[in-house]
Design a protein around this ligand. Structure first.
Ligand code: XMP
Length: 506
């Protein structure tokens, strides 16, 4: 529920048909006994998916594939894998994220007893070539296609095989010596048993049939709290979101993504307040009731209300604020982002549907404002666009190291991808009318360093307002219009040393 001061601030603007965006508003400080290091940034992406840091990366082909999605979930956020990938390839990226950190592996990859070691090695080689996940610890089942557990084997055991025509059964640990447990065994129980017995894989069986597996290395990482920031689901796997688009295409992607245990479907369109989007939300919710659906993009409160009525689990707000967007210019539409966010927050204040502020974050203070006025998280593209984890190479350009970034509605993306054309409502065989541009961003190094700066700025902001968590942040937020002056940015000097969280406007 937005606080009274914010409502009054925006009401005054609305009466004069004025809208504001990042950089035009800042926040008053408040008395504080809260240190930035002590604030809690826990938030939500959607009805059922929580975040440890309120950040999701954009479903753009120069921003989020498996590498970025893994890094984001390991850092406490989440990534949305883009859909300019073919559906099967997108599903593989999701699988890569999910296999990065296995809590409970529900359908372990098995070998069978009479398989030759040569056959297994050839399969491993092929998986490596196809860049699929290559596993090294396996339950062994009675025969090809069976689920009856007869032993376990690791690639280490097979190192001692000199004659490749011998079988997996010759090297496996037989069932009588395999520690195992029933379905429903928790990761804590499994970890204790593996630790006590010094075993590296722990199969779960339903009767005699394999129905899951824990690995010691994963359980240890999860349990030891080394990476307390990891954002994991109830199976202990990293969370991931994937963009699906609309209509039958969305249903086809969902069919491939759901078995990979994708956590969130993202309906990313240029115009989220449309019948096609509403239908797709309803179809996805009916077919996959346990998977959250976020949808957009919109920029008005009444659109947010209509989306809530469809049963959506999270709403993306932002039409045209992005660094690579030209929608505002070529179509003359879109509401300045801060006003758009607040309008949508207010419209759905009596529901539990989070608002995702998508696009336009230039500085960490912009993210702070978005969260303070009620967004549950920010979606960022350009902010992290030059990091190691984005797709694409680091290149030299005029003495600088840079990476390429492009809008999903840019000419290049529209030419290459039917998904981009659908997202930006291109008519079949019509002229391509771009809504985005292609450009370069400075190379930034590892994404976690840049994320630390983004979230660090938000933490500082919460500290200035005396807010221990994001709920208090919203209660305490109070905005004012920034005077048209140079005062806020560095001025009257030549910057001699770059700051990791500040780049002068171009
Ligand atoms: P930032 O500013 O974080 O914005 O890079 C990322 C968001 O921009 C949207 N997006 C586009 N919007 N034309 C647009 O009007 C485009 O070509 C385009 N490509 C991406 C998208 O919502 C993303 O999350």
């Amino acid at each position: 529920m937005p606080n009274q001061r914010l409502c009054e601030f925006f009401d005054v603007l609305d009466r004069n048909k004025q809208k504001v965006t990042y950089g035009m508003v800042h926040m008053f400080t408040d008395h504080s006994d809260v240190l930035p290091a002590d604030v809690d940034t826990t938030s939500r992406l959607s009805r059922r998916v929580t975040l440890k840091i309120p950040v999701i990366t954009s479903a753009m082909d120069t921003i989020t594939e498996a590498k970025m999605a893994i890094a984001m979930a390991e850092g406490g956020g989440i990534g949305s894998i883009h859909r300019n990938l073919q559906p099967e390839d997108q599903a593989k990226h999701v699988a890569r994220v999910k296999h990065r950190l296995n809590g409970l592996i529900r359908t372990p990859f098995t070998l069978y007893k009479n398989m030759t070691v040569a056959g297994h090695r050839a399969n491993q080689e092929q998986r490596r070539r196809e860049q699929k996940n290559v596993f090294d610890k396996f339950p062994v089942v009675a025969r090809e296609g069976s689920t009856r557990l007869v032993g376990v084997v690791t690639d280490n055991d097979l190192d001692f095989c000199i004659d490749p025509n011998r079988t997996i059964g010759d090297f496996m640990t037989p069932l009588r010596r395999v520690k195992r447990a029933g379905p429903g065994t928790t990761i804590d129980e499994a970890y204790r048993i593996m630790l006590e017995n010094k075993i590296k894989l722990f199969p779960l069986v339903d009767g005699t049939n394999v129905c899951g597996m824990y690995l010691f290395s994963d359980a240890k990482r999860i349990r030891s709290g080394v990476r307390t920031m990891q954002n994991t689901d109830s199976d202990g796997q990293l969370v991931v979101c994937a963009s699906v688009g609309v209509g039958d295409g969305a249903m086809r992607r969902a069919e491939l993504l759901a078995p990979r245990r994708c956590n969130v479907f993202h309906i990313d369109t240029a115009h989220g307040d449309s019948g096609n989007v509403f239908d797709t939300i309803r179809r996805l919710k009916a077919a996959y009731p346990t998977i959250d659906v976020i949808a957009g993009n919109i920029s008005r409160g009444e659109s947010a209300k209509r989306l809530v009525d469809t049963g959506v689990d999270g709403i993306l707000v932002g039409q045209g604020p992005g660094a690579i967007c030209i929608t505002r210019i070529i179509a003359g539409i879109g509401v300045p982002q801060v006003s758009a966010i607040f309008d949508c927050v207010r419209a759905v204040e009596d529901t539990d549907v989070p608002i995702i502020a998508d696009g336009g974050i230039e500085y960490s203070g912009d993210a702070a404002v978005a969260l303070a006025i009620g967004a549950s998280c920010v979606m960022v593209g350009r902010y992290l666009g030059g990091t190691d984890e984005t797709p694409g190479e680091v290149i030299h350009y005029k003495g600088r190291l840079v990476k390429k970034i492009r809008g999903m509605g840019s000419l290049g993306a529209l030419r290459e991808s039917a998904s981009s054309q659908e997202r930006y409502l291109q008519t079949a065989n019509g002229p391509l009318v771009p809504e985005g541009v292609e450009g370069l961003v400075n190379y930034q190094g590892p994404v976690h360093d840049v994320l630390d700066q983004l979230v660090g700025g938000v933490r500082k902001s919460m500290g200035y307002l005396g807010a221990k968590n994001l709920t208090e942040f919203r209660e305490r937020a109070d905005l004012f219009l920034v005077p048209d002056s140079k005062e806020s940015h560095p001025h009257s000097i030549t910057i001699s040393e770059d700051a990791p969280n500040y780049q002068a406007r171009q």
